[in-house]
Design a protein around this ligand. Structure first.
Ligand code: MLC
Ligand code: AMP
Length: 495
C-alpha cells in the first residue's frame, strides 16, 4: 500500500543489489538486504500489536540494524522516536512517560534497568546483538507496507524549542520527504555519491538529512559508528561527500594528514547544526581548496536555508531560503515583519515545518503561528542579496559539539543539590566544541561547597555531555533592575 515517506525514500529500489551501506572492516549492505531486514522488523512490530500512530522509542548505538528499525517503523505506520544514547535512565524515563511508546528498544544493559517496568521492551546492541534481531529473524522478509499519507506522523524528536522544557517535535511523512527531495536537488546528490557518515543517527542531521538524502538519491554511505579522526582520514579516499558539525572540521584541520591531496577528489563538504567560525571556513579553504557549504536547520523544521552549490558560498552566512521555504525576520517583541537588513527573529514556513509539539497544544501555539510561520528562537537578518545570517539566539541554549543543551534543565538539577541556593548555567567558548557548559553556583550562606563534588553529584541525572566543564562558586548572581540573571555578564567574565 502507498506509504508516503517509504515510497519516496526507496522509489522502487527494494530489490536493488547495489551497496547502500558499507561498514568498514565488516561488510556491505545492499538496498535489497536492508529492505528485507526492515520487512522482518516491520512484521515483528505488527506481531507485537503495534498499530498505526504508535510510538517506537529507540535508544541504541549507531548500527545498520538501527537504520533498518527506522525504516521498519515507517513501513509499519508507526512513529520513530530516537533518543541520544548518552541520556541517563532518569532522562529516558521522562521521554517514555511523555510519549507513551508502544515499544522501547534499547541496549541490553539499559534493558536490564527497565525489565518489569516497561512492557514491550527489546534490546539492540551496537553489533546487532540483543533480542530484537533474534525475534525479527522468525519473520518474513517481505512486508505489505501500512498505508500512510503525507500529513501522517512519521517521527517525534525531542527538543526544547525556544523555552527550556523538552517537547516532542512531531514530524510528518511529508516534512521529512519534501526536505530530503529538496536537498538532493540543491546539493546535486546522485546515485554515484558515497557519503562518509560519522554523525549520530538520533538527530535530524545524521538521520533525516544524511541518511534520507542518500536513500532518495540511490547513493551509498560509508557508515562509521562515531567520529574518529583516524578513521575519517582512512575512509576519506573511498567517499566523495561529508556532512558534519563544525567540530568535525576543526578536528580534521588539526591533523596534518588532512591536506589538499587527501580531499582532491571530494565533491562536497557540508556543515551545520552549530555556527562555524569564519576562521574555520577560511583555514579549510586555504588547506584543501574546498569551500565548506554551510546550511541552517532545526529539529522542528529540518533544513531551512543553504548556501548555494554553484554560486558564492558566503562565509558568515547560512545561505538562501531553500526552494519552497519562506524565511522572514520579525520584531521579537511585536512579531511585525522587519525590512531587509534589519536584525530580528528568524521565522520559517514551508512543507518542512513540523506539525506541532506532542500533546502540548499550548506550547505549539506560542511558537507556531496560525499562518504557518515557526518562530525559531534564532536571531538574524537577510542581507541585500538574500543571504540569511544568524546573529544570535533568543532561546537560552548552549550548542556544544552540535548537541543542544538547555541551561534550565541543568540549573534545575543543580538547585536540588544540598547547600545550593541558586545557579546560572551558560556557554563559554570552547576551541573543540564551539561552546562548553559552565555554571555559576551560589551556596546557601555559611555552606562550603566543592565544585568537583557538585559536578559528580549531577551524574545520575544528566547525560555526560551536559555536565558543566567549569563550575564557579559566587556570593551572588549578577542581576538587572528587574531581578533577571544577566548571563551575558557571566559569559563575558568567564570567557
Ligand atoms: C561528547 N562529549 C561531549 C560532546 N560529545 N561533551 C560536550 N558536547 C558534545 N557534543 C563528552 C562525552 O560526554 C565524554 O565525556 C567525552 O566528551 C568524550 O566522549 P566521546 O563520545 O568520545 O566524544 P566524541 O566522540 O569526541 O564526540 C564529540 C562529537 C560528537 C562532536 C564528535 O558529540 C558528535 O558527533 N556530535 C554531533 C552532534 C549532532 O549530530 N548534532 C546534530 C543535531 S541536529 P566524559 O565526561 O564521559 O569523558 C541539529 C539540526 C541541524 O542540530 O541543523 O542539523
Ligand atoms: P536543534 O534544536 O538541535 O535542531 O538545533 C537547532 C539549532 O541549531 C538552530 O535553532 C540554530 O540555533 C542552530 N544551528 C543549526 N545550524 C546552524 C548554523 N549553520 N549556524 C548557526 N546555528 C545553527
Amino acid at each position: 500500500m502507498a506509504n508516503h515517506l517509504y515510497d519516496g525514500l526507496l522509489k522502487g529500489r527494494e530489490t536493488d543489489s547495489r551497496t547502500l551501506l558499507e561498514v568498514p572492516g565488516e561488510r556491505s549492505w545492499s538496498y535489497a538486504e536492508l529492505v528485507a531486514v526492515s520487512a522482518q522488523l516491520a512484521n515483528l512490530l505488527l506481531a507485537q500489536g503495534v498499530r498505526p500512530g504508535d510510538r517506537i522509542a529507540v535508544q541504541v548505538q549507531k548500527s545498520v540494524e538501527a537504520i533498518a528499525l527506522y525504516l521498519a517503523t515507517v513501513r509499519a505506520g508507526a512513529v520513530f522516536l530516537p533518543l541520544n544514547n548518552a541520556y541517563t535512565r532518569s532522562e529516558v524515563c521522562y521521554f517514555l512517560d511523555d510519549a507513551e511508546p508502544a515499544m522501547f528498544v534499547c541496549s541490553s544493559e539499559r534493558k536490564a534497568e527497565f525489565d518489569g517496568i516497561e512492557s514491550r521492551l527489546f534490546s539492540l546492541d551496537g553489533d546487532g546483538g540483543g533480542d530484537l534481531m533474534q525475534a525479527a529473524q522468525a519473520h518474513a522478509t517481505e512486508f505489505d507496507n501500512v498505508a500512510r499519507e503525507a500529513q501522517d506522523l512519521a517521527a517525534i524528536l525531542y527538543t526544547s524549542g525556544t523555552t527550556g522544557l523538552s517537547k516532542g517535535a512531531m514530524l510528518s511523512h511529508d516534512n521529512l520527504l519534501s526536505n530530503a527531495l529538496t536537498l538532493v536537488d540543491y546539493w546535486h546528490f546522485n546515485s554515484d555519491d558515497v557519503l562518509l557518515h560519522a554523525l549520530p543517527i538520533f538527530h535530524t542531521h545524521g538521520l533525516f538529512v544524511a541518511t534520507n538524502i542518500i536513500l532518495v538519491a540511490g547513493a551509498s554511505m560509508i557508515f562509521l559508528t562515531r567520529f574518529d579522526v583516524d578513521r575519517m582520514i582512512e575512509q576519506m579516499p573511498h567517499s566523495n561527500t561529508l556532512m558534519g558539525v563544525p567540530t568535525f572540521y576543526t578536528r580534521l584541520l588539526a591533523d596534518a594528514r588532512f591536506d589538499r591531496d587527501l580531499v582532491a577528489h571530494m565533491r562536497l563538504f557540508v556543515s551545520g547544526s552549530a555556527p562555524m567560525l569564519a576562521e574555520t571556513h577560511i583555514e579549510f579553504e586555504q588547506r584543501t581548496g574546498h569551500r565548506i557549504l554551510e546550511r541552517y536547520g532545526m529539529t522542528e523544521t529540518n533544513m531551512n536555508t543553504s548556501n548555494p552549490y554553484t554560486g558564492e558560498r558566503r562565509v558568515g552566512s547560512v545561505g538562501f531560503a531553500l526552494p519552497g521555504v519562506d524565511i522572514k525576520i520579525s520584531d521579537p517583541e511585536t512579531g511585525a515583519e522587519l525590512a531587509a537588513g534589519e536584525t530580528g527573529m528568524i521565522e520559517v514556513r514551508g512543507p518542512n515545518v513540523f506539525l506541532g509539539y506532542w500533546r502540548k497544544p499550548e506550547k505549539t501555539a506560542l511558537e507556531l503561528r496560525d499562518d504557518g510561520y515557526f518562530i525559531s528562537g534564532d536571531l538574524g537578518k537577510i542581507d541585500a542579496d538574500g543571504y540569511v545570517h544568524i546573529l544570535g539566539r533568543e532561546k537560552d541554549l548552549i550548542i556544544s559539539g552540535g548537541y543542544n543543551i538547555y541551561p534550565k534543565q541543568i540549573e534545575s538539577e543543580i538547585d536540588t543539590l544540598d547547600g545550593v541556593l541558586e545557579s546560572a548555567v551558560f556557554g563559554i567558548a570552547h576551541a573543540d566544541l564551539g561552546e562548553a557548559v559552565a555554571a555559576a553556583v551560589v551556596p546557601v550562606a555559611g555552606t562550603e561547597l566543592d565544585p568537583e563534588e557538585l559536578i559528580r553529584a549531577l551524574e545520575p541525572a544528566l547525560a555526560r555531555f551536559k555536565l558543566p566543564r567549569k563550575l564557579y562558586l559566587l556570593d551572588e548572581l549578577p542581576r538587572n533592575a528587574m531581578g533577571k540573571v544577566q548571563k551575558n555578564i557571566l559569559r563575558d567574565k568567564y570567557a
